[in-house]
Write a protein that binds this ligand. Sequence first.
Ligand code: ZN
Length: 139
Amino acid sequence: MKSYRKELWFEAPERRAFINITPQVEKCLWESGIKEGFMLVNAMHITASVFINDDESGLHHDYDVWLEKLAPHEPVSQYRHNRTGEDNADAHLKRQIMGREVVVAITHGKLDFGPWEQIFYGEFDGRRKKRVLVKIIGE
Ligand code: ZN
């Protein structure tokens, strides 16, 4: 069995962003040389997500509006977590609902996606460098 590990770095210029990381992840798969197996992609920070969905800007806007309704950033004083001096309680909650990781099957050297599936990095407390872990196992 082969294994491959890589950290991808991102620095979103805004507090919140959705970034299609499918091209970087496909490059990892190519570097690994693995043709059959599984790929794990996870955010290494508790205020960011990795998830799979459609690369459609209207949908990403809808996610942002929906997440802001569920866990508004302001007023930051509404959250007990922010009593620590942080202002990112909403980002922890948004990350929880959008998920930590995805697992994708690898078949014939390609990511075995369903229709329109793409992998996204979801940033909820950006403007700093953060990492995504890519782990691939197989042969
Ligand atoms: Zn925090």
